[in-house]
Design a protein around this ligand. Structure first.
Ligand SMILES: Nc1ncnc2c1ncn2[C@@H]1O[C@H](COP(=O)(O)OP(=O)(O)OP(=O)(O)O)[C@@H](O)[C@H]1O
Ligand SMILES: [Mg+2]
Length: 262
């Protein structure tokens, strides 16, 4: 199975009815068991692309489809947002149950499935807790477990750790690597944190400032689980440098444009 994004253009209308071009001619294929990070400056259309992929928005033109589907059912997607959007009145296990309930997943199997994902994201012992009793990192784990529990074919994540403090974020990144090695889910991950993209992804896709276009694709050729080892520190730093150089050129060009228009 592959997720194929082809010739995607997206325009929004502003309050005056004027068209704002947000994404232009996006072509991207996400292969089975591939982790792709989407990086770009604020407002370049990252969330828009993710929401288009999830089917929450309609493209102005272009298609997003699955090819080489092995099973006879339509592939499923799950999404994790920056704000987890947990139900405050539901406990951890009830929040995770949500997608399964919506699918009419039978009771006994559901319990087992929920217990499995609670264990996987390290929330054992917190099944009956409510969101307000959890730290930000733990709430994000609930959000991730809820997304995984429906056993999607594709996982979409929109800056899932950006609301967390730096230390928690690093821990969550490491945990996501471990989790990903266990699930190997085809993943599209939005972030504007370059270091995070380099630590997590097989490929990093850079979007230019609005209208977002794919400006560069970088393959990270270091085994994911070794990326925090000191022997790779230099190589990691080099990837980060290349990406930063590319993005900062773009950001500078944007600044010049603003100055020129003044
Ligand atoms: N529903 C909408 N109607 C009109 N304009 C929109 C809508 N959604 C997004 N936009 C505009 O489209 C552009 C891209 O937005 P988007 O949220 O995709 O950016 P982003 O790359 O995710 O930014 P950030 O890094 O800040 O999250 C922005 O200029 C935004 O104002
Ligand atoms: Mg966004």
């Amino acid at each position: 199975m592959k997720l194929v994004i082809e010739h995607i253009n997206k325009e929004f209308k502003n309050a005056q009815g004027k068209a704002l071009s947000v994404l232009q001619e996006i072509n991207l294929t996400i292969n089975k068991e591939e982790f792709v990070a989407l990086v770009g400056p604020s407002g370049c259309g990252k969330s828009t692309l993710l929401n288009l992929t999830a089917g929450l928005l309609e493209p102005t033109s272009g298609t997003i489809k699955f090819t080489e589907v092995e099973s006879n059912r339509q592939p499923r997607m799950s999404i994790v947002f920056q704000e987890t959007g947990l139900f405050p009145w539901r406990s951890v296990e009830e929040n995770i149950a949500f997608g399964l309930e919506a699918e009419g997943f039978p009771g006994e199997k559901r319990k087992k499935r929920i217990a499995h994902y609670i264990e996987l994201v390290g929330l054992k012992g917190f099944e009956k807790s409510f969101p307000h009793q959890l730290s930000g990192g733990m709430r994000q784990r609930v959000g991730i477990a809820r997304a995984l529990a429906v056993e999607p074919d594709v996982l979409l994540m929109d800056e899932p750790f950006s609301a967390l403090d730096a230390q928690t974020r690093t821990i969550m990144q490491e945990e996501l690597v471990t989790l990903w090695e266990k699930t190997r889910l085809t993943t599209l991950y939005v972030t504007h944190n370059i270091q995070e993209a380099v630590m997590l992804a097989d490929r990093v896709v850079l979007l230019s400032r609005r209208p977002g276009k794919v400006s560069k694709i970088l393959e990270i050729n270091i085994p994911r689980s070794d990326r925090d080892k000191t022997e790779y520190a230099e190589e990691i730093a080099e990837y980060i440098r290349i990406i930063w150089e590319h993005i900062s050129n773009d950001a500078r060009a944007a600044l010049m444009e603003v100055n020129a228009n003044e």
